[in-house]
Ligand binder design. Structure first.
Ligand code: ADP
Length: 318
């Protein structure tokens, strides 16, 4: 292909910039024209796109968010919206598209590919919930942000002999909660993938405090329930001073970690090279430390599960 485009879509994640930058610089290195689409599918429908130069992606590798912007686009869920996007691509001679986004964005990409647009997807989400890849762009940075918060909450929990519940993102996935629970030394991690019993947890917490324990950290995945409600119940049932911290959008921001910058760059290069050489309808990700390609339809039609080794380890170490 002689002209490709790149967009970021859905929830933003740190490292999207590094991935888009790698797509742009690789395309230009290969002598291929490259366009940027603003605000995901919304920009595709509204014809908000422009030709990028090497300098367009200067000074962004260290920034969170996405220089292209991102949006949620209900219009794109209609056939009419997708046809409008296709017409805009055609007008500018765009022959292939790299989509950096989560499950929803990749599902949208699969529908575009059915209309004849060659698509390469890159998993961009802090949730690490895309099937077929161990890694998604931004999850490492988000996990580090959460662990930093856990460290700070631990100090105050210890000073006051409190139980602190920390609600973290992840949508239906418990990956962020489980990894940060292990890394942050949490006593309990509540995730949607594993049934939990509040009464048992409260009983154990009470016994631990009676033995002299100074504090407890409980990480709650947003998909496992509301930490505010669970915290209220825990406080009432244990009689121990309990506090809740809902971390919210702070988890999406910040300068991407080294891992996110490097892996996003590797994925961006692969995405551009694949499209240019005529390979499409795949998602690039990582498996056991190596870049792998996954069929786009497989990636969006399968549900990723939480690694049972992580679940086991969290239990052993708590
Ligand atoms: P993420 O990509 O982070 O999972 P969303 O689920 O919000 O975020 O998806 C981003 C955008 O992708 C949506 O606003 C919509 O335009 C498009 N999209 C999501 N799901 C679908 C779908 N089933 N069909 C068509 N487009 C979709």
């Amino acid at each position: 292909l002689k002209c490709i485009a790149v967009m970021t879509s859905g929830g933003d994640s740190p490292g999207m910039n590094a991935a888009a930058r790698a797509v742009v610089r690789t395309a230009l290195y290969e002598g291929v024209e490259v366009w940027g689409i603003n605000n995901g599918y919304k920009g595709a429908i509204e014809d908000d796109m422009y030709k990028l130069e090497s300098r367009s992606v200067g000074d962004i590798i260290q920034r969170g968010g996405t220089f292209l912007g991102t949006a949620r686009s209900p219009e794109f869920k209609t056939e009419e919206g997708r046809k409008q996007a296709m017409a805009n691509f055609k007008k500018h001679g765009i022959q292939g598209l790299v989509i950096i986004g989560g499950d929803g964005s990749l599902t949208g990409g699969a529908l575009l590919s059915k209309l004849g647009m060659p698509i390469v997807g890159l998993p961009g989400t802090i949730d690490n919930d895309v099937w077929g890849t161990d890694y998604t762009i931004g999850a490492d940075t988000a996990a580090n942000t959460i662990v930093d918060a856990i460290n700070k909450l631990r100090d105050t929990a210890s000073a006051h002999r409190r139980i602190i519940l920390i609600e973290v993102m992840g949508r239906k996935s418990g990956w962020l909660a489980m990894t940060t629970g292990i890394a942050g030394g949490a006593e309990y991690v509540l995730v949607p993938e594993v049934k939990y019993n509040i009464d048992d947890m409260c009983q154990e917490l009470k016994e631990a405090y009676d033995r002299g324990k100074r504090y407890s950290i409980v990480v709650v995945a947003e998909g496992a329930g509301s930490a505010i409600e669970i915290g209220k119940e825990v406080g009432e049932k244990t009689g121990i001073d309990t506090r809740v911290s809902v971390l919210g959008h702070i988890q999406r921001g910040g300068s991407p970690s080294v891992e996110d910058r490097i892996k996003a760059s590797m994925l961006g290069e692969k995405a551009a090279l694949a499209l240019i050489s005529g390979l499409s309808n795949v998602v690039f990700g990582f498996d056991a430390g190596k870049v792998v390609s996954i069929d786009l339809n497989d990636a969006v039609h399968n549900q990723k599960t939480l690694d049972p080794e992580l679940i086991r380890l969290a239990r052993v170490l708590a």
